[in-house]
Design a protein around this ligand. Structure first.
Ligand SMILES: NC(=O)c1ccc[n+]([C@@H]2O[C@H](COP(=O)([O-])OP(=O)(O)OC[C@H]3O[C@@H](n4cnc5c(N)ncnc54)[C@H](O)[C@@H]3O)[C@@H](O)[C@H]2O)c1
Length: 316
C-alpha cells in the first residue's frame, strides 16, 4: 500500500513509536489517533492530527474511531511492560484491544492492519533469530500476549481477506518516554553521578534500534511487501550489552561512575538476556539500518538528555 493520501487510524499514537509514525505520515495523509494517554504525551502528536482520547478495550470507543472511510488501522496501543506485576490484566487488555479492532474493522470493511509485535515472542531462541524460527516459546506474559495477538491477525489475514503488516521489534529507543534501560540509567546518574546499580550481571546483550529508523523501516515494508500476512523482524545487526549502555550514558554525561551489579544472568524474571533478530527478510525488501545498535543507544541517550524532565517508569 502506498502511503499517500490515505486515511489512517493510529492506536497508541501519543506513545513513543506511534507519535513518531504520525509525525512521519501526517504531511501526506489524514491521521486520526486514539490513545487513552495512560503512557502517551499529547504534545508529541502533530497539530494536524485528530487526537481522540479513549480506551480501546471499550467497544463503543472502537466503534467511534474505526469508521468505514479508513484505509488502514496501525495498531500500536499496548500494555507494553515485560516486567509487570499485573500479567493477567495485561493478557486481557492486549487481547481485548486487538479483537475489538479486528471485529469492528471486519464489520465496516476496513481490511488493512499494522501490528507491533515483539522479539519476546521468540523466547530464548538461537541468534540471529529469523521470522520462521520455531517453536515459539515466550518466557513472559507480554510475549504471550503478542503471540496470541499475532494468531488473531493470522485468522483475519487467512479467513477474512485482511492484509496484515506484523512487526517483531527489537528494543526501540528514542525521546520523551521514561521507560527502559536508557532513561533509567540517565535518571539514576543525574541523582548520583558516583555510582550506578545495574540489574543482572551487565552482560545481557540486546539489539537496539532508534525510533526514527523503526518508523522508516515500517513504512518501507508497508509500501513494498506483497503478502497477506507480512511478518518482519525490525532491528539492527549488532547488539549492545547493558554495561556498554552504562558506559555510553556515562560518556555522554561526562562522568565516571562505579558500577554495582545485582547479579544473575538477567534483569528480572521473564527477561530474555540475549536477543538479536535476523533482519535478512527486511534487507531482501531493500531496507538496511544506518545506525548500529551502539549508535542507536547513543542517539537514544542524547534524546533523553535533551528532555530530562520525564519521570522514570518500569523497565521494559
Ligand atoms: N518500545 C519498544 O522497545 C517496543 C518493543 C517491542 C514492541 N513494542 C510495541 O510497540 C508498540 C508501541 O510501543 P511504544 O514503545 O511506542 O509504547 P508507548 O507506551 O510509548 O505507546 C503505547 C501507547 O498506547 C497507549 N495505550 C495503552 N493502552 C491503551 C488503551 N487501552 N487504549 C488506548 N490507548 C492505549 C498509551 O497511552 C501509549 O501512548 C506497543 O504495542 C509495544 O508493545 C515496543
Amino acid at each position: 500500500m502506498d502511503l499517500q493520501n490515505k486515511r489512517l487510524l493510529i492506536t497508541g499514537g501519543a506513545g513513543l513509536i506511534g507519535s513518531a509514525l504520525a509525525s512521519q505520515l501526517a504531511g501526506d495523509n489524514e491521521i486520526r489517533i486514539v490513545d487513552d494517554l495512560s503512557n502517551g504525551i499529547p504534545d508529541s502528536v502533530p497539530e494536524s492530527v485528530d487526537l481522540v482520547e479513549g480506551d480501546i478495550t471499550d467497544e463503543a470507543v472502537v466503534a467511534d474511531v474505526v469508521t468505514e472511510d479508513l484505509d488502514a488501522v496501525f495498531h500500536l496501543a499496548a500494555e507494553k511492560y515485560v516486567n509487570t506485576d499485573r500479567p493477567r490484566e495485561q493478557m486481557e487488555v492486549n487481547e481485548t484491544m486487538t479483537y475489538n479492532l479486528l471485529e469492528r474493522m471486519d464489520e465496516v470493511g476496513v481490511d488493512n492492519i499494522l501490528f507491533t509485535s515483539s522479539s519476546t515472542v521468540y523466547g530464548e531462541a538461537p541468534r540471529p533469530t529469523p521470522e520462521d524460527y520455531a517453536p515459539l516459546e515466550p518466557i513472559s506474559v507480554y510475549g504471550v500476549t503478542k503471540l496470541a495477538e499475532e494468531g488473531l491477525l493470522s485468522v483475519y489475514a487467512h479467513s477474512h481477506d485482511f492484509t496484515v503488516w506484523n512487526f517483531r521489534f527489537a528494543n526501540i529507543v528514542g525521546p520523551r518516554y521514561g521507560a527502559g534501560v536508557i532513561p533509567d540509567f540517565v535518571y539514576k546518574l543525574q541523582e548520583d553521578p558516583e555510582s550506578l546499580t545495574i540489574l543482572g550481571d551487565g552482560r545481557q546483550e540486546k539489539s537496539y534500534m532508534h525510533v526514527d529508523e523503526c518508523v522508516d523501516a515500517m513504512c518501507h515494508v508497508i509500501e513494498h511487501a506483497q503478502g497477506s500476512m507480512n511478518t518482519f523482524n525490525l532491528g539492527t545487526r549488532t547488539t549492545t550489552s547493558v554495561t556498554r549502555i552504562a558506559d555510553i550514558v556515562a560518556d555522554e554525561m561526562g562522568i565516571d561512575p562505579e558500577y554495582e551489579y545485582t547479579g544473575g544472568d538477567r534483569g528480572w524474571t521473564g527477561d530474555v538476556p540475549k536477543m538479536r533478530l535476523s533482519i535478512e527478510k527486511l534487507a531482501g525488501l531493500g531496507w538496511e539500518p544506518s545506525l548500529s545498535s551502539d549508535e542507536a543507544v547513543r542517539q537514544g541517550v542524547r534524546d533523553v538528555l535533551d528532555e530530562p524532565q520525564n519521570e522514570p517508569h518500569l523497565s521494559v
